[in-house]
Design a protein around this ligand. Structure first.
Ligand code: PAF
Length: 279
């Protein structure tokens, strides 16, 4: 596996793939890789002869009081996992390579970025949309893979790809979970032992709300019950809500719906989501 940090070298390597007619699958990440990322890599390997994984802790998607400085950085261990998984290129640019002096562009995706995490983390999805658009321009992948765990991020990226006619297929890969159901996340390492034991309440509360909604219970009551369960377990919930799976606006009966939640446990903010049959 080549580890590349400069655009010039990236272009050279990608040029050889293009000459050989080999399509590229891109897995964008911020590193601190876990089995969830490796599931994206596996899916990428099945979709294209060449796989590029990017590791870039994107400062533009962190708010002033968020965890940019303490976000886990483990490039050597990440590189070893990616090499063993048969990845062709690890694209790991420095901040100055991604955002050179004078960089002035912002990509904003209205609507789908403004609600839920967008409302709680102002500017976050602009930062994601801007860096993902740049990564698409740099790597020019035929296909790009993202985890469904970040469901709103996936919706934002699908919207921007459609709106900007970007020639890349966006693939969402199901959330990978620990044995007890907790969604894998690079931020789970922030949880202390007690918090880790209680964290499983998040997927359980979502599962209970899903079952209640699917058997026809009142949606608002099911969501309030989930919030109460989380609060009792020591979470500080930002939201638990049911939305249309594509627009993230109000759900429409008979259309794909998604139950999404975000809640703080101590200093760690966890998110999760689950599909709901909303008949
Ligand atoms: O999901 C992530 O790790 C990041 O938001 C992404 C898509 C790599 C953009 O920085």
């Amino acid at each position: 596996m080549q580890i590349i940090r400069r655009l010039e070298a990236l272009n050279e390597a990608l040029g050889l793939y293009a000459q050989a007619g080999e399509a590229v699958a891109l897995v964008p990440t911020m590193g601190a890789l876990h089995a969830g990322h490796m599931a994206l890599v596996d899916a990428a390997r099945r979709r294209a002869p060449r796989v590029v994984v990017s590791i870039f802790v994107n400062p533009k998607q962190f708010g002033p009081n968020e965890d940019l400085a303490r976000y886990p950085r483990r490039e050597a261990a990440d590189a070893q996992m990616l090499g063993e998984a048969g990845v062709d290129i690890l694209w790991a640019p420095e901040v100055e390579e991604m955002y050179p002096a004078g960089f002035a562009t912002n990509i904003g995706v209205a609507g789908v970025s403004d609600v839920l995490d967008g409302a709680h983390r102002p500017g976050h999805f602009d930062g994601v949309a801007t860096v993902v658009t740049k990564l698409f321009g740099q790597v020019r992948p035929a296909v790009a893979l993202f985890g469904e765990k970040d469901f709103q991020q996936l919706a934002v990226i699908r919207r921007l790809t459609t709106d900007l006619n970007l020639p890349v297929e966006i693939v969402g890969v199901p959330t990978q979970r620990e044995d007890d159901g907790l969604a894998l996340s690079s931020r789970n390492i922030y949880l202390d032992e007690g918090e880790r034991a209680r964290a499983v309440t998040l997927p359980r509360a979502l599962g209970e709300a899903k079952r209640a909604i699917e058997r026809g219970d009142d949606v608002a009551t099911a969501l309030s019950a989930a919030i109460a369960t989380l609060t009792r377990a020591g979470f500080d919930p930002d939201y638990v809500t049911l939305v249309d799976a594509e627009t993230l606006a109000d759900p429409i009966r008979g259309q794909p719906a998604r139950l999404l939640a975000a809640a703080k446990l101590g200093t760690t903010r966890l998110i999760d989501n689950i599909a709901v049959a909303f008949a």
